[in-house]
Design a protein around this ligand. Sequence first.
Ligand code: IMP
Ligand code: MG
Length: 182
Amino acid sequence: MSITIDGHQIDVLYSEDVIRGRISALAHEIATLKPQNLLVVPVLKGSFIFAADLIRAMHQAGLSPEVDFMMLSSYRKGTTSSGQVDVLRDIEASVKDRDVLLIDDILESGRTLAYAKDLIAARGARSVRSCVLLDKPGKLAANIKSDFAGFSCPDKFVVGYGMDMAHQFRELPFVGFVVPKS
Ligand code: IMP
Ligand code: MG
């Protein structure tokens, strides 16, 4: 399936149904760890829809996490990583001796998640794991891999389900890719 918005053709990569099924499985995988005093930290902005669905699936899987948000910026504008990570908003919760689960939309170079993981580990968390909706293999520049991943994603620029291209397309209920204009 494909839709056109503002002259951009967007092809569906993962449909709403496919995402829903995968998230339920992820929540059950996370629950098997039996996390203690779990703090879930969605890394904004791109993860907000994924996180909203994942934490509700975690409830269905028997978990009752606390949720706090971190906003990091690594991309700015355009489609390439700048390499620099800025903390735009930090969590308020204490992480000392807690199991922490970072939630992000995509692991690409890994710089964003590696930064967040180091920051939280340095504050004395018992464990810091990560769950990403999409893994983009082959692009890692930082020493990190996700503990849980929804899908292994082709090397295309994806949008929707919270993810944007220059602030557009976050509202799409599916994950799609922008077909380059020929
Ligand atoms: P990393 O630090 O290179 O791993 O950057 C990951 C971040 O870049 C993600 O959290 C997204 O915000 C953004 N990103 C990477 N690839 C894409 C994409 O294909 N579409 C939208 N955002 C992306
Ligand atoms: Mg992001």
